[in-house]
Write a protein that binds this ligand. Sequence first.
Ligand SMILES: Nc1ncnc2c1ncn2[C@@H]1O[C@H](COP(=O)(O)OP(=O)(O)OP(=O)(O)O)[C@@H](O)[C@H]1O
Ligand SMILES: [Mg+2]
Length: 279
Amino acid sequence: MDILQTANERMEQLAALMNKDTKQKVSADQKVKVGVDLGTSSIVFVVLDENNVPLFGAFEFADAVRDGLVVNYRESVEVVKRLKDRAEKSLGISLTHASGAIPPGTIGNNKKVVANVIESAGMEALYTIDEPTAAAAVLDLKDGAVVDVGGGTTGISVFKDGDVIYTADEPTGGTHMTLVLAGYYGVSVEEAEENKRAQKESSEHFSVMRPVVEKMAEITRVHLEKSPSEPLYIVGGASAYSQFKDTFESYLKMPVFQPNYPQYVTPLGIAMSSGSGNL
Ligand SMILES: Nc1ncnc2c1ncn2[C@@H]1O[C@H](COP(=O)(O)OP(=O)(O)OP(=O)(O)O)[C@@H](O)[C@H]1O
Ligand SMILES: [Mg+2]
């Protein structure tokens, strides 16, 4: 069986719902699981039923988090409140519990901020899990490595028997791909970001960004040398390009697995790992 089949089925279901705000009334006693992903480039809100079937998904772009740290608390809370409100309208129930995630290695108060944002948005914060563990839940991964290429960073996490045994996070991410595009085409960063998302299949675009992607592959190579592991999965929004996975495979000379809609893997995994709300 294709090792990504189950993950891809869920990703497709979630992607089909994303930002559609489809009315999907669920009964008041139905248990649901809610995940909130506070990312550098967007905040994503996912609601699942008890069997992890997506019921609602929405995101807003937000500049409230940098490399996993909440830098604009009020904006984060406002975005989460708005997303919760949309979910409640769409499902016809009130959402009382949610879980969040933090990058590996986050400590002290920074760890608490995510739960505080969820609580300030009017829900009880159930769990704060680390992002690679969320991704591993979606991928059903016990042994192997996950590379998460987000907005600001490339994170590598190695799993053994279901536990994270090695993590690293390096400051090269999707933003750096955008900066290279902006410089090459002489446009603003905002315009480059829009063009980047609109032209995911463009090989001309990708050839401009390829050196950045190769640097991400090099970062991955160095860390996998320290903690060798297979299979290797890539997730994260910055990897959502048709040639991204191939570039990693040819650079690393090993097979690389990438689910569809890699930008939604962490948010889905947070919700999957959450307990039932709406008690
Ligand atoms: N649908 C998409 N198509 C193309 N690129 C995308 C898409 N969604 C996100 N990206 C790119 O992915 C990057 C953000 O990835 P992702 O959403 O995984 O990051 P994040 O979780 O917000 O950030 P981080 O994990 O670093 O905190 C941005 O550079 C953005 O341009
Ligand atoms: Mg992320």
